[in-house]
Design a protein around this ligand. Structure first.
Ligand code: SF4
Length: 356
């Protein structure tokens, strides 16, 4: 099955072109998107605004769904890890995370963490997905279908999307940007740009390209170290992307979009959690309006990998608190993040297609 067979690979402009090629009026494209994204039809014949001849052509030409559920695991904290199968048999994961109001205990927002690749080529030492290597990029429909599937499955409306699952989104730029365009198209009634966060290790030319695109979203930078030497030890790609160059691209992004930046930082014991790190991190945070999320390291020993990932140890809770306070004293804005789904290996850095 080719990617052009999946209807969700088409942005509005591309679908309009295709519909004209098929001999129909341009406005039919929007009616089709409305059927797919608003009414969530599972067959083209259910789109009542279309003429029967076009419905038949669409049935012969396109498929609506590009992923199917293989397995679902629910955590004690309410998060759910979805294992999906793609059309060619490859697998990916997505994680549903409900955030509860601490006063009344009701769900106040729902975040879905989605994948942009099967596997990942970047090789971060703290990440289970890295052990898979790159299997392949996801196409636009496979990215979007993770959201539509979970919404339909749980009969809920997802309030926030984070491109933080398997893969480096900016190395699958075109499909990611097309998915953002479809997700934020007002007529599709899905999400606003401000509800979407894209997490990257820092592909500087693509950060600038995203800044200049029609759909810039919130950016989260996987920083994890404050010197080039230490960053290179845990993110191989950092050998070619120095922190100064990364900061230049981030400043450019902020100037163009005025969207505040989030940094992600996993404090590792006696590695990147020193007083000097706190000082340097605060300095980085003050370059443009930003905050840092301190994320406790999640165990990835279940992947059976050896090397640095086996020697990296999470800083203790007390140390993370102290590190956070030091950053604050130097003027940085800090959040210590809750971890979702550790009991089902669904937490940050733990996605590795383990089915157990
Ligand atoms: S942290 Fe992100 S970029 Fe790094 S290996 Fe994992 S999925 Fe890839």
């Amino acid at each position: 099955m080719y990617s052009e067979n999946f209807i969700k690979n088409y942005t509005l402009a591309n679908l309009e072109k295709k519909i004209i090629e098929l001999g129909y009026e341009k406005y039919r494209a929007l009616q089709i998107l409305n059927g797919i994204y608003v009414d969530r039809v599972q067959k083209f014949e259910q789109i009542s605004t279309l003429p029967n001849t076009l419905k038949n052509i669409l049935d012969d030409t396109f498929l609506i769904n590009s992923i199917k559920l293989l397995k679902k695991r629910q955590s004690l904290d309410g998060s759910i890890k979805y294992l999906f199968q793609l059309n060619d048999g490859k697998s990916i994961e997505a994680v549903y995370m409900p955030w509860y109001d601490e006063h009344n205990g009701e769900i106040e927002r729902i975040t879905l963490c989605i994948s942009t690749m099967a596997g990942c080529p970047v090789g971060c030492a703290f990440c289970a997905t890295a052990t898979l290597g790159l299997i392949r990029n996801l196409d636009t429909s496979e990215i979007i279908d993770q959201i539509l599937f979970v919404e339909n499955d749980l009969s809920i409306k997802i309030s926030n999307i984070v491109f933080m699952g398997m893969g480096e989104p900016l190395l699958n730029y075109k499909n990611v940007i097309n998915s953002i365009e479809l997700l934020t198209l007002p007529e599709n009634k899905l999400l606003s740009r401000k509800k979407i966060t894209l997490s990257t290790v820092g592909i500087t030319n693509k950060i600038k390209q995203l800044a200049n695109s029609r759909s810039p979203v919130k950016l989260a930078i996987s920083l994890h170290a404050t010197t080039n030497g230490f960053r290179e030890k845990i993110i191989p790609l950092a050998k070619s992307v120095k922190i100064n160059d990364l900061m230049d691209s981030i400043e450019y992004y902020y100037r163009k979009t005025h969207l505040p930046i989030t940094y992600e930082y996993i404090p590792f014991e006696n590695f990147n959690d020193t007083f000097e790190d706190a000082k340097r991190l605060a300095k980085i945070l003050k370059r443009v309006p930003s905050r840092v999320n301190l994320i406790p390291f999640n165990d990835i020993s279940f992947t059976g990998v050896s090397g640095l990932s086996q020697t990296l140890k999470s800083s203790s809770k007390e140390k993370i608190l102290e590190f956070g306070n030091q950053i604050k004293e130097f003027g940085g804005v800090v959040t210590i993040r809750d971890t979702f789904g550790t009991d089902i290996e669904a937490a940050c850095g733990q996605l590795a297609l383990k089915e157990g």
